[in-house]
Design a protein around this ligand. Structure first.
Ligand code: FPP
Length: 220
């Protein structure tokens, strides 16, 4: 969800105003995904590297996450959405951990749209914790399926498409294992400006891609 800071700067607003608008964009995107029968959507809200930002910005982000959990996620629970938090939650502020744990418990038996929120998430850290989990179980050899199952996204399909907003063209430690065959879409749009029209453009772009998974088509 890149470009919140620049969206705010353009309007001479503090960065946290950009993040606040970013939350509005998240709501729009979740509603769009629900209306279009998307199976699973993942938002990268806070990376393991984001702790290096000024404390004031970190506090503002966790305030938004807490509010989002209290209001929006409660609403998602009652709409039957599955909710999963990707990341190491042990390092989060205690109040955030509490509200998120409550939401996860409430959504436990839901079967609808799967909403993943990556918080204190880093793909390398995710892979290392998965390997450590396997090692602790006593196994000395693994296969790809085992590793997939032990990631935070275990049991979920790999993403068909990964979208990065804000003009940057890199994955920045996001779903590195899961993105092996994902289609990458890079938009100049700042995250707070994401709307239904932008989602439609992503679908149009994605639909034009030829996904071969390393194979060639019959007759070629
Ligand atoms: C990246 O843009 C954005 C973030 C590091 C934070 C994203 C968080 C939210 C949208 C809100 C909080 C999350 C939830 C789940 C409620 P940037 O700040 O790096 O933007 P810039 O590149 O323009 O500076």
């Amino acid at each position: 969800m890149d470009g919140n800071g620049r969206w705010a700067k353009k309007r001479l607003l503090p960065r946290k105003a950009g993040h606040k608008q970013g939350v509005e964009a998240m709501r729009r995107v979740v509603d769009w995904c629900d209306a279009h029968a998307i199976e699973c959507v993942t938002f990268y809200a806070f990376s393991t590297e984001n702790w290096q930002r000024p404390q004031e910005e970190i506090d503002a982000l966790f305030e938004l996450i807490d509010k989002f959990a209290d209001r929006e996620m409660q609403n998602y629970v009652s709409r039957g959405f599955r909710i999963r938090i990707l990341g190491d939650l042990t390092q989060l502020p205690p109040h955030t951990r509490e509200v998120l744990a409550k939401i996860i418990e409430q959504a436990r038996t839901n079967t609808g749209l799967c909403v993943n929120i990556a918080i204190n998430y880093g793909a390398r850290q995710e892979i290392v914790q998965a390997v450590n989990r396997i090692l602790r179980s006593g196994l000395r050899e693994i296969d790809a399926q085992m590793l997939s199952d032990c990631l935070y996204t275990g049991g979920q399909p790999d993403p068909d498409v990964i979208v990065r907003t804000g003009g940057e063209k890199r994955l920045s430690n996001f779903l590195l294992w899961q993105s092996a065959y994902s289609e990458l879409v890079y938009l100049d749009t700042y995250w707070p400006d994401m709307d239904d029209a932008a989602m439609e453009r992503i679908v149009a772009d994605y639909s034009s891609r030829d996904r071969r998974y390393g194979k060639i088509k019959r007759g070629e």
